[in-house]
Every structure is written in structure tokens, then in C-alpha cells.
Design a protein around this ligand. Structure first.
Ligand code: URA
Length: 232
């Protein structure tokens, strides 16, 4: 990476609120710190630099099988952030999160709360589709998690809803199932602030097991009460 785009310069520009444009070929380098820096630059990026870094990312082997990355979608200043697992086939094709059947279920859940998807920000633990929708692997999550941390730091949501086991376990560094994590308020520690996290079932799980919808509704009501308590 050219000297003028070093970590310190980018930090100063960021502090001055000056957008930093990164060409696609070096955006990927910025994400991995291949300029020799130990530090992940994702922690420093503004929204558009982050989008560029995600779309150019080749940090794990999923870049070889993806059609495109799925950055996330919705309001970048949302009070609610919904975090799922990883793009599926529909998301990989369209470049947007939760657009398949699980997405329709998520839309219904949000509508029941009086929210629509443009008012929240929806992202995933992984930005690329794992082949055959298999579970994300440890190295894939490790490569991608800085992007999500940076998204949370930039959106500054009042609340995160972790949709499903994979999201909950990776956000909370837990190995318990959803049934043991839901029903209470957890916390996601960011660099500048901690964000309350509510765990609920994945919308795809609700499609398979509609009997869990009542519990999911209770989770969303808990999420709403956490937001109300924080004055929003
Ligand atoms: N399932 C997820 O976890 N995320 C998506 O974006 C789509 C399906």
C-alpha cells in the first residue's frame, strides 16, 4: 500500500471526518493489513471504505465460490441491527441479506413490531455464502468478524438481535444453544461501546418449526423493551 495511505494517515483523515477512498485492489490489502501492519484496518474504516474492502475481500476461500459479497442492508444509522449467519443462494445472487424465504419470515417478524427492513440494519456473521449453506468454519468467521465489528461501530445500534445459533454463539463467544441463550440481555463488546444483544431463533428455524414463533415473539418484545428502556 502506498505510504500516503498508511494506518496513521488514514486515522488522521478519519478523525477529520474526511472520507478515504481506497481503490478495489488495495481495499483488500487494507482489510488484511498486508502492508506489514499488525493492526486490522477494518477498525478504522468509514462506511464506503468498508464496503469496498468487503467486496474486494479474498481473506478466506469463500471468495472462490461466491457470486458476490453481501455487505448488509438497511439504515446505516439504525437503532436495531439484526445479525444472521451467512448469505444463502438467493442472497449470493442478489447481493442483499435475507431476501429468500427466511427473509420473508424476518420481514414479517419486523412488521409485527411495527418496523420495516429499511429502518433496521441487517447483516450476517459471514459476507460470503458457504458452499451448500454449510455452517461457517472457524477461519472464515475469524476473517470476517472485523468487518462486522466495524459495521457495529459505525451503525452504533441501540440493540443487536442475534438471529440463530451461529450468530449468537459468535457474537457472544458462547457454545450454548439458542434455547439457553434467549430470554435475557447479553452484551457485545465493541471498541468504544457495548451493545445489548437479544438472542432469538433464526427465521429459517421458524419456518421449519412454527411452534417456536411464540418464543421468537417474546424475544422481540424483550428487544423492544430494552430499546424503550434506553430511551428510543
Ligand atoms: N440466512 C442468514 O442467516 N442470512 C441471510 O442473509 C439469509 C439467510
Amino acid at each position: 500500500m502506498p505510504e500516503f495511505m498508511g494506518v496513521e494517515q488514514r486515522r488522521i483523515l478519519h478523525a477529520l471526518d474526511i472520507d478515504v477512498w481506497l481503490p478495489r485492489d488495495i481495499a483488500a490489502d487494507a482489510a488484511t493489513g498486508v502492508d506489514g501492519s499488525e493492526e486490522s484496518l477494518a477498525a478504522d474504516m468509514d462506511w464506503s471504505a468498508l464496503e469496498s474492502a468487503v467486496s474486494a475481500c479474498t481473506q478466506c476461500s469463500l471468495h472462490q465460490t461466491r457470486k458476490q459479497t453481501v455487505f448488509g442492508g438497511g439504515d446505516p444509522a439504525a437503532q436495531w441491527m439484526i445479525i444472521g449467519e451467512a448469505p444463502g443462494a438467493d442472497e449470493d445472487r442478489q447481493g442483499q441479506p435475507f431476501v429468500g424465504k427466511a427473509g420473508q419470515m424476518l420481514n414479517e417478524m419486523l412488521r409485527a413490531l411495527g418496523l420495516d427492513r429499511e429502518r433496521v440494519f441487517i447483516a450476517n456473521i459471514l459476507k460470503c455464502r458457504p458452499p451448500n449453506n454449510r455452517d461457517p468454519q472457524v477461519d472464515e468467521v475469524a476473517s470476517c468478524m472485523d468487518f462486522l465489528r466495524c459495521q457495529v461501530a459505525l451503525v452504533k445500534p441501540q440493540l443487536i438481535v442475534a438471529a440463530g445459533r451461529i450468530a449468537a454463539q459468535h457474537l457472544l463467544n458462547e457454545d450454548k444453544p439458542v434455547g439457553q441463550l434467549r430470554g435475557r440481555v447479553h452484551s457485545f463488546a465493541g471498541p468504544e461501546q457495548s451493545t445489548p444483544v437479544i438472542v432469538t431463533y433464526h427465521p429459517a428455524c421458524l419456518l421449519r418449526s412454527p411452534g417456536q414463533k411464540r418464543k421468537a415473539w417474546e424475544d422481540l418484545c424483550l428487544a423492544r423493551s430494552v430499546c424503550e428502556a434506553s430511551g428510543t
